[in-house]
Design a protein around this ligand. Structure first.
Ligand SMILES: [Cu+2]
Length: 729
């Protein structure tokens, strides 16, 4: 539907074009080239400026009657997707949901929303999430709010996934890869207005509405978007209700000044909030408020040597409240005898400055500096009736600061050969501001590391070679990358270590990875293969249900000792290795018939413990068959997931730990779409058409929620019907 996305995924008409495509995918807004108007139109900001004279029609016209079911790679290690398009499973309501149909991704389910995305078995901070180029770190110590919980897909123009440690432009520590949720700012040649609106209704009280309006003139433009999404508790395939209802909304506004074809100054702001039930724990989220401001400046075509300059600053504030009574029947428990509330918050601010240099025709070099700092605080109560949480002061528990310098270059060695290389250095600093460590809701211990500051200097880099074969019908690539990741808040502040009540001292994680693959595109066949093998030194393993015993005098001043034991969750460094890959195939069988198929696999070892690496999804494949006419389409998708017999109970990551073996399953889905007019599209689908009862291997264990049946894992929805209407003017 967006011309931008089509021009990006269309077969490159020349190897040179493709080389720029690959580079641009890594930092789209920095690729000025007068030879590539089509490509430039694909990417906002600087590109839009550059391409200003070429495109005359607004982006948001001509809706394709196609339902996205399996997103595929367009250039080596890069997958792009259209977040506004109808998709199966049901149109996504948050940032994790929208990544589900990209091979290699899986989601750790906790309830109806706010799942944690996982790429190649790596979760949490190993998968970078940038929203309009900005970092957002959630506030919840129990990981109710991954960054994707603050993403409302319909508000964005494009999702780009860069797999592997094969770029240094998007921050540090992204060992699995990085996901970019982006909006375009393009300077139009004349006044133009556009509007995108959509409404989705589905089973279990699902209702979404979204609009995205833009008023643009050559020198200035403004854009406003808003989204809302809600759902009641869904039922699994056996008709058991799952505590999963949610209600979320977002609003974005931006204004840009484009005094000439080479300059953009843009201010943007966002607000969002929500509530969500969690089926896997004792509390629900009653507030997920985000407040955002961003400012960016881009100037292109400065001198023959300096292709562009960009600077941006941002602020993200997240205020989260969770409790055990607002969205469920209050039931006193050992862990929480009273009405408990926790109110963490986090402020993340940061900035970026970078230059794109073109020292010689076949080389382009991006150099820059980026920085972010975030502070986290929390206040809580174990009895809201007698000591309301809001009456407590917010107590800061941790502060993080990162400053990095990076350089990444693209060389065209010959018309069919390219070399990419990059390096970055990061300085990290974290301060532990907790005077005491909470051992449970009811007890604390003095923090032996109170007030301590730790620092690390981390080095990352990569090199990749790409070559076109068979007159550009095929591309093969191989890259070596290394990335170092500083431990995150959950790893060093939330958890204990084996020997102490704090894990503040654990070592950073170092990943070395080989990425190889191929893309093939000729006639009716499209095929991509990405394979990887990695060695992860000091992998930050999170282990739950660790029993710690302590001995203390039975009574002060009296004789005798008592031994008490408690269970806790610790972070520890292990050495690990993983390998696997993704393959996808698109085949045009006949004029209107298409087959799409994908396969994703990852296997990993915890070499220190001689155990399988935990929280790895099993082998998964999807096969889709669709029939497409210009005005309508229909199709079916079969998803097959094998059993997972490789697990390590109680081991995992900051989101979840292994529960044991899981069964394989298959689900069948159907979809249809009709383009009623050039500007109106109606799509519908049924997911899990056979009403199977199943759970993803990596999903969280079902919790004890009053009025609900406890299940081993949080089950996926049963049969789910949805209907979506899009209008683009
Ligand atoms: Cu929470």
């Amino acid at each position: 539907m967006h011309s931008s996305i089509h021009s990006h995924s269309a077969p490159p008409s020349s190897p040179r074009k493709r080389s720029f495509g690959a580079t641009a995918s890594f930092r789209p807004s920095l690729v000025p080239s007068p030879h590539l108007p089509g490509f430039l139109a694909a990417f906002g900001l600087a590109l839009g400026v550059q391409a200003a004279p070429a495109p005359t029609a607004p982006d948001l016209v001509q809706l394709d009657p196609v339902v996205a079911t399996i997103a595929r790679g367009s250039t080596p290690l890069v997958v792009t997707a259209d977040p506004k398009a109808p998709a199966q499973p049901a149109p996504a309501h948050d940032g994790a949901d929208v990544l589900k149909n990209i091979p290699g991704f899986s989601v750790i389910r906790k309830g109806g929303t706010d799942g944690d995305p996982v790429l190649r078995g790596l979760a949490g901070s190993r998968l970078g999430i940038l929203v309009d180029g900005e970092s957002i770190y959630g506030g919840c110590g129990n990981r109710m709010d991954p960054p994707t919980a603050y993403v409302f897909p319909a508000a964005y123009d494009r999702i780009t996934v860069v797999k592997g440690p094969q770029s240094v432009l998007h921050g540090t520590g992204n060992s699995a890869g990085v996901v970019l949720f982006e909006r375009d700012t393009r300077r139009p040649a004349a006044r133009e207005n556009s509007l995108f609106a959509s409404a989705t209704a589905g089973s279990a009280g699902r209702f979404d509405a979204a609009f995205d309006a833009r008023v643009a003139a050559p020198t200035a433009q403004a854009r406003v978007s808003a989204t809302t999404t809600r759902a009641d508790d869904y039922s699994d395939g056996s008709g058991r209700s799952v505590h999963s209802a949610y209600d979320r909304w977002s609003a974005n506004a931006s204004a840009a000044w484009t005094p000439d074809a080479h300059t953009i100054l843009e201010f943007s702001t966002a607000r969002s909030d929500g509530e969500a039930a969690y089926a896997d724990r004792l509390m629900d989220g009653v507030k997920f408020a985000r407040e955002n401001y961003g400012l960016r400046f881009t100037r292109t075509a400065l001198t023959p040597l300096l292709a562009s300059a960009e600077a941006r600053i941002f602020s993200n504030y997240v205020d989260h409240v969770m409790d055990n009574f607002s969205r469920r029947t209050f039931a006193p428990s050992m862990m929480m005898p009273g009405r408990s509330v926790s109110n963490p918050d986090r402020r993340t601010t940061g900035g970026l400055a970078q230059l794109v240099l073109t020292p010689a025709a076949p080389a382009r070099v991006t150099v820059g500096l980026d920085t972010q700092r975030n502070t986290h605080s929390v206040r809580s109560t174990s009895n809201e009736l007698t000591a309301p949480f809001a009456a407590h002061p917010r107590l800061r528990d941790a502060a993080f600061r990162q400053t990095g310098a990076f350089a990444e270059s693209a060389f065209t060695l010959a018309s069919d050969q390219r070399l990419y290389a990059g390096a970055r250095l990061d300085h990290w600093r974290a301060t532990d501001e907790r005077p005491a460590v909470a051992l449970s809701m009811m007890s604390t211990a003095a923090n032996p590391g109170a007030g301590h500051t730790r620092t690390s200097d981390l080095a990352s880099g990569f090199a990749r070679y790409e070559r076109d074969l068979a007159h550009s019908a095929a591309t093969v690539f191989a890259g070596l990358g290394r990335t170092q990741r500083f431990p995150d808040y959950w790893e060093i502040v939330k958890n204990e270590s084996a020997a102490s009540v704090t894990a503040f001292g654990v070592r950073p994680e170092t990943t070395a990875q080989l990425d190889v693959g191929t893309l093939y595109r000729r006639g009716p066949v499209r095929f991509t293969l990405s394979a990887f093998a990695s060695q992860i030194d000091d992998y930050l393993l999170v282990q739950s249900n660790v029993v710690k015993t302590s001995t203390a005098p039975a009574m002060p001043g009296m004789g005798g000792m008592t031994t008490t034991s408690r269970t806790t969750t610790i972070t520890r460094n292990v050495d690990a290795s993983t390998w696997g890959g993704e393959a996808d195939l698109g085949l045009r069988l006949a004029e209107h018939w298409n087959v799409d198929a994908s396969l994703a696999y990852v296997r990993g070892e915890n070499d220190t413990d001689s155990l399988p690496l935990a929280q790895l999804p099993p082998l998964e494949s999807r096969i889709g068959l669709s029939y497409t006419q210009p005005a309508w389409s229909a199709g079916t998708v079969l998803r097959l997931v094998s059993a997972q017999g490789r697990f390590a109970v109680n081991q995992g990551n900051i989101v979840g730990q292994d529960l044991g073996r899981s069964a394989g399953f298959g689900t069948l889905a159907f979809h249809a779409s009709w383009r009623a007019t050039a500007h109106t599209r109606l799509s519908a689908g049924v997911d899990n058409a056979l009403d199977r009862t199943y759970a993803e291997h990596i999903s969280r264990a079902g919790g004890m929620v009053p009025g609900f049946t406890q299940t081993t894992r949080v089950n996926e929805p049963g049969r789910f019907l949805w209907l979506k209407l899009d209008v683009s003017l």
